[in-house]
Design a protein around this ligand. Structure first.
Ligand code: EPU
Length: 306
């Protein structure tokens, strides 16, 4: 890592070595980041992006860590957390509300603000953990609704360090996919369009989404749904359930008895255990229904399965 001293010379923020990523993911699993940037300002984020591109060093961007499985061996290169980007502001014009949120703002914070202020549009996001940046990168959603439905623009730092603003029409979204999701691109801010509404209606819509979430494990460590729903329609959880995966256990990892698309992990579980359960679940579903499930969670590092 001869590049590290060169990077240290050009930025103000702290560069930490061998930072365990387990504490930065909801699964509580994962080896260390060889170099972790605790960015103090946007200028350093641009510099690190430019540096990684010029020196061909891997650059990983993590948000709330709620949809990630980090390899036990950790990650080479530089890991940047967007958690430091946490400014949130809004403008109201008649019934239109524009929320401008930096990517590290937690979705739950925006939802809470919407509920208190009786703004409608984000109710579907109730119970989705993580940051708005991570939610955008994965087009998070529920019940056929996604963040793309309320999006106006997104600001990024492109690989190489230049800022760019993307209008919604320049971005393509599909079920749990967003074309902006790319290694070395850092999502920094976005603008969401909500509208003023009746407080009781907003509250009751949020409650009904919360009710659905009550059929999911909440007291254990998970990374949300592990697999995508095939075609975005058939429930992967249902297929896993029918294939007899509920309760399947390997090492410290268990397929939830509450909802089969969730893996629950214990303190001493490893990423290797999680991956082994994923493979076994895939195999069982393929054998019982002929469907090859695609991952919704992101695997970082690797190689996996060796
Ligand atoms: N089902 C089973 N067994 C199970 C799980 C589900 O039989 O183990 C059945 C349910 O009884 C229901 C049907 O399958 O009849 C659908 O289940 P659910 O309402 O839980 O919806 P889902 O399609 O499994 C999706 C999202 C969830 C989101 C819920 C509720 C995906 C992969 N999953 O689950 O999102 O919370 O709808 O809106 O899109 C996530 O993305 O991390 C996530 C958890």
């Amino acid at each position: 890592m001869q590049w590290l001293s060169r990077l240290e010379r050009i930025i103000d923020s702290h560069l930490l070595r061998d930072v365990p990523l387990a504490g930065k993911t909801s699964l509580g699993i994962g080896g260390p980041a060889r170099v972790f940037l605790s960015a103090r300002n946007m200028a350093d984020l641009k510099k690190v992006s430019e540096f990684a591109n010029a020196e061909d060093v891997p650059l990983w961007v993590i948000g709330g860590g709620t949809n990630l499985l980090v390899h036990d061996e950790g990650l080479d290169g530089i890991v940047v957390s967007s958690i430091v980007l946490h400014k949130l502001k809004w403008e109201i014009q008649k019934e239109e509300v524009r929320i401008i949120a930096e990517s590290g703002v937690h979705l739950s914070k925006i939802l809470q603000l919407s509920m208190q202020s009786a703004w409608s549009g984000l109710e579907f996001a109730s119970g989705i953990p993580g940051t708005i940046g991570g939610a955008l990168a994965g087009n998070a959603g529920a019940d056929g609704k996604g963040l793309c439905d309320v999006l106006e623009w997104v600001e990024t730092i492109e690989p190489g360090g230049n800022s760019r603003t993307w209008l919604k029409k320049e971005i393509s979204f599909s079920y749990r996919k967003c074309s902006l999701s790319l290694d070395r691109r850092i999502i920094t801010r976005c603008c969401l369009n909500l509208r003023t509404a009746n407080a009781e209606q907003v509250r009751s819509a949020i409650k009904s989404f919360q009710k659905k979430r009550s059929m999911q494990p909440r007291s254990t460590k998970t990374a949300g749904c592990v697999f995508k729903n095939p075609d975005g329609r058939i429930s992967a959880g249902r297929l896993l359930d029918l294939a007899g995966c509920k309760g399947l256990r390997l090492g410290g990892v268990k397929v939830s008895e509450i909802h089969a698309n969730f893996l629950e992990v214990e303190k001493d579980a490893s990423a290797r255990d999680v991956y082994a359960v994923i493979e076994e679940c895939r195999r069982r579903v393929y054998e019982s229904s002929g469907v090859w499930l695609e991952l919704e969670i992101r695997l970082l590092g690797g190689p996996w399965g060796k």
